[in-house]
Design a protein around this ligand. Sequence first.
Ligand code: FES
Ligand SMILES: [Fe+2]
Length: 353
Amino acid sequence: MYPLSVDQPYPREQWWVAAYSSEVGRDVLARDILGEPVILYRTEAGEAVALAGICPHRAFPLSKGCLVGDAVQCGYHGFRFGADGKCQHVPSQTGVPQNAQLRAYPLFEQAGLIWLWTGSPGRADPGLVPDLHSLGLGRDDWAVEQHPVVTVAARYTLLIENLLDLSHVTFIHHSTIPAGEKVAAIPVDVIETEASLTVQRRGENLPLNPLLATQFPGQLGPFHQHFDAEYLGPCLIRTGGAMYDAASGKLLGVQNYLHLLTPAGPSRLHYFVNTARSFGIDRPELGEMQVAMGSRIQPEDIEAIEAIEQVLQSRATMPREISARVDTGALKVRRRLEMQIRSESQGVARHGE
Ligand code: FES
Ligand SMILES: [Fe+2]
């Protein structure tokens, strides 16, 4: 499925952010993940639970049900399923039908995020979640803002490619990102490790702009500024980076933009943005500014990738794709993702032998 050369749109042996911790409580939350309806809630003890969202009796959406203790009760005929997914109760009979069971998804909650594993439960290793601590999440010496989750009518790979080619900042965000007009002209390096691939831009001797003036009062510039785009897996891309006083070389701080993406289905995605900064952590107005900026910038990206999704859906004859040097990182990420998806289907074939 475009832009990948594999049929499967996404890997399944993978952690994805299902919800913010603050979204999940004692009401049933519905969220589609990898094309499957899922419900999320908390037990009375506060443990997050994720179950398949369709009742196996007559396919009523369990999001229309209610919680009874730690169980969810279907709103149609009252079948009740425990937090482990097992059917506990069927009205008007003793005992429950054999195999009456909902899929229960392994979860891992950290730094205000609920991660959900869509692969085989035996392989759900929380060690496979990207290292959030090093990015500034879940620690006292950084400030973090969680931006509202948005569902976008586009395949998740279009957002990955949007984020890995920040030359779009100069064009799509020319009026919303200070210094954005400079980004496209900065040369690109691609740094690869086993865990990540970074498309790296180093802005040098940039003049003061209104954003830097607010972030670093008293600093007059010029500044060195990193405009990184780091792919940490299909679920997470980090943009932003370190900022320095150009004259002294002193590190002023790091501002990370953490883009957490989860396929809702083949052509829809959930988009969670967290901003994390290592400076001014006692200045909440900096966080409010990031959220306000995000509310202007994010719709510009969404409009762009939804427009591309519509072209892809329109059955128009696709022109032959032309890539430029700036696309090197994004093309390498396509290959990584294809390899991840292929290795899963080969693994399944091996296990099925
Ligand atoms: S459809 Fe859920 S109990 Fe009948
Ligand atoms: Fe953008």
